[in-house]
Design a protein around this ligand. Structure first.
Ligand code: LLP
Length: 413
């Protein structure tokens, strides 16, 4: 995490001490580094400069308006999966012509919203959806730009909950059906089949599944062009892995080394949909230890004020997140502990049997690599107000989402 470093014993985000932020805004708190987000988008922009491309930030990974504004300032677009995400994208000033819309269950209202907004393309996931889009486009007198999301039956070796391109998954359209649906779209006055889309799953740590996907797409695009269906955009999805622990993911340059020759030979524009790569290591979750609990059976629990309602990745996927005290305790003794939250379930943990510097109640811990799928997957279970979000930029920081209050909890009830 390049933008999170220690100065002596204190952990900083850019030029600001995380302990100081915790004192100012309290915990639990999500802290994001603007510099890191800019740099990560810049890596993709540089790697793909040789071909026409759009970086469509996957909003589901972090949908805070200020983060989206930053993404827009960097010239990127968005990958959305709901009307709510489209609403956020437009509010943040993202260019509709850089927005693509995936998802297996788009409702008629959501499709109308997308058509009205003039987005780049709708990534279609079934025949029924294609027919609904055509009917709604006709109704509103517009032509809907579409891509078909194919399901190439490729195993990207992710957690079973986040794999999306195997034949047993609900996503995408088989290759055989896709050709027929492309013909149907070609022959419909209200559909414009401009793109081809695939998303393999996430996080993906090797290039091999992408290489297979490019092969499949290249073959299909050739076939479609012979049918007078001019595919102009290839959307290869997201899923680019990051380092949470000791993984060695490929870099944007390495990915471009694979992708650029394909894209050049296909003479089309490339869309990528990174979420995690942009924000995952740009954020941490700060939490204070409320109690240290030592059991007679030799278990030590650091019981924190953040819980699985704030960050659900460890219990949901068995995900690893680094955990570090924001101020390293003097003494250097390490102990093995479970880092847990206050929620009434034993699934409420951030780490189990983790060797950590010896801590005491009141110490603030940083749960690392929490910028993606952290706050965006958070909720109010146990009637817990959601955390404050903070954006650091150089020597400044600002609250970009207030901590929820008890009144927020009951609004609308
Ligand atoms: N495009 C599509 C169509 C997607 O469904 C996703 C993620 C992405 C792009 C972005 O993937 P990324 O680059 O962020 O890996 N909650 C899980 C991850 C779920 C991903 C869902 N789709 C987690 O915390 O690991």
């Amino acid at each position: 995490m390049v933008y999170f470093n220690r100065n002596n014993s204190e952990l900083f985000c850019e030029d600001i001490s995380l302990a100081a932020i915790a004192r100012s805004v309290g915990t639990p708190a999500y802290i994001y580094s603007a510099g890191s987000i800019r740099a990560n988008i810049g890596l993709f922009a540089k790697a793909f400069s040789a071909v026409p491309n759009t970086i469509c930030f996957s909003i589901k990974s972090n949908s805070n308006l200020s983060v989206l504004r930053l993404v827009a300032q960097c010239g990127a677009g968005a990958d959305i999966v709901s009307g709510g995400e489209l609403f956020r994208a437009l509010k943040a000033g993202l260019d509709p012509k850089k927005i693509c819309y995936s998802g297996v269950g788009k409702t008629a209202d959501e499709i109308r919203f997308a058509l009205r907004s003039g987005i780049l393309m709708i990534n279609v996931e079934s025949q029924a959806e294609l027919e609904l889009i055509a009917a709604l486009a006709r109704e509103s007198g517009t032509v809907a730009p579409v891509a078909l999301r194919i399901n190439p039956d490729i195993d990207a070796h992710t957690h079973e909950f986040t794999t999306t391109a195997k034949k047993e998954n609900k996503f995408g359209i088989t290759l055989e059906l896709a050709v027929n649906l492309y013909k149907q779209a070609r022959d419909d006055d209200f559909l414009d089949p401009i793109g081809l889309d695939v998303h393999l799953g996430s996080p993906i740590l090797t290039l091999d599944p992408y290489a297979r996907a490019f092969d499949v797409c290249a073959k299909l695009i050739g076939e479609l062009r012979a049918l007078n269906i001019a595919i102009k955009v290839l959307d290869i999805g997201g899923g680019f892995g990051i380092r949470y622990n000791d993984e060695t993911p490929f870099t944007p340059e390495q990915f471009a080394g694979l992708a650029v020759p394909f894209v050049k030979s296909l003479n089309c524009a490339l869309i990528i949909e990174p979420g995690r790569f942009i924000v995952g290591n740009a954020g941490v979750l700060l939490t204070s230890i409320t109690y240290c609990k030592q059991t007679p059976h030799g278990k030590l629990f650091y019981i924190c004020d953040a819980g699985m309602n704030d960050l659900i990745r460890p219990p949901l996927y068995g995900s690893y997140h680094g955990i570090e005290p924001v101020i390293l305790p003097a003494g250097g003794r390490r102990l093995v502990a479970d880092v847990v939250g206050p929620i009434c379930e034993s699934s409420d943990f951030f780490a189990k049997d983790r060797s950590l510097p010896e801590c005491k109640a009141g110490d603030v811990l940083a749960v690392m690599s929490a910028g993606a799928y952290g706050f965006s997957m958070s909720g109010n279970y146990n009637s817990r107000p959601r955390a404050v979000e903070v954006l650091v930029d150089g020597g400044n920081f600002s609250v970009i989402r207030k901590r929820e209050t008890y009144e927020d909890l009951i609004r609308g009830e």
